[in-house]
Ligand binder design. Sequence first.
Ligand SMILES: *Cc1c(COP(=O)(O)O)cnc(C)c1O
Length: 352
Amino acid sequence: MRVISFYPGPSRVYSDITKYIYEAYMHGILAINHRSDEFMELMAGTKEILYENLHIPKNYQILFTSSATECWEIFGQSMIRGKSQHFFNGAFGEKWAGHCRNLGIETINTHFDIDGRIPVHKIEPDAEWICITHSETSNGTGISHNSLKLLNKERTPDQLIAIDATSSMGGVDLDFNSGDFWFASVQKCFGLPAGLAILIVSDRAIQKAQQIHESSHYNSLLNILKNSQNNQTHYTPNILDIYLLYRTQKKSGDMRKVSRKVENRYKLWTDLINDLEYFDWLVKDPELRSPTVMTLVHHDVQNLKKRARSHDIIIGNGYGKWKDSTIRIANFPAIKRKEIERFWSFLRKNSH
Ligand SMILES: *Cc1c(COP(=O)(O)O)cnc(C)c1O
């Protein structure tokens, strides 16, 4: 791959992809019916490897949907009738709250600063769900293990937690027990083409969906669940992407190993950025940064991006109000070490 995208999704896909696509074609996987035994076997195997690699507890169900955006919608449709409280400091968290509001949910929007922790003391006792964004892709903030623990400590026993982990799942070893409704699309840390998302729900979340019993949409949660329990999907899914997920997860192995790689690279990135005179972190407190999406302040973003492009390196734009003052760099596992080194050497020479 000559041009390397460090855009935080879609981003570089795993380099073995072409081999797997060829394999899928040759084995006839692209032509199988989604009610066939072959598909059910593939789906069962894919879920099994996800349970194993990502350490998903057995009392959680893995469901497939088309995108993280669809999971926002499913959440608003099927999971909630009371109030949802959204803690956010960036565009993705805010959009999710907007989706819920558009579906008629009474939302409580609790904005917090990019230089501050989640204000857990502001949890509203009458919120049915608490919604957070694990890695806020728009500004590179991340929720630490400790913050998530604290959130769990402060919530009431009846409150559930929904977590958009789109730009961290597949790159960070998540503690699934600390949330009830987790989701991510695959074009970020999973290093795959867009068009598939993974939704992971606890038994508590399923009980909630059963109480609400919403069944008026093709993607009503109970309908997805019923199909998934038969290792099928509620619509003709992106079978190629499921196959690619299966193959790449078989190869990449335990998430502890993958997240160690991401962490190590993040440390090396930190050393470099601290050395480079013309770059600074948007998020000053290292504890509040996401290791998978790095957002850096630079005084001439457009020019830097252009220069990088002429070296076959694609840098991510800033997002929303940080569009013109920052760049975003994906630190996703599928990116190769030698590609990162090429980027580092470009930055050392072009930091001005
Ligand atoms: C990319 C992203 C989304 C949207 O993902 P789609 O697959 O386009 O629906 C949602 N939330 C976060 C945090 C993201 O990074």
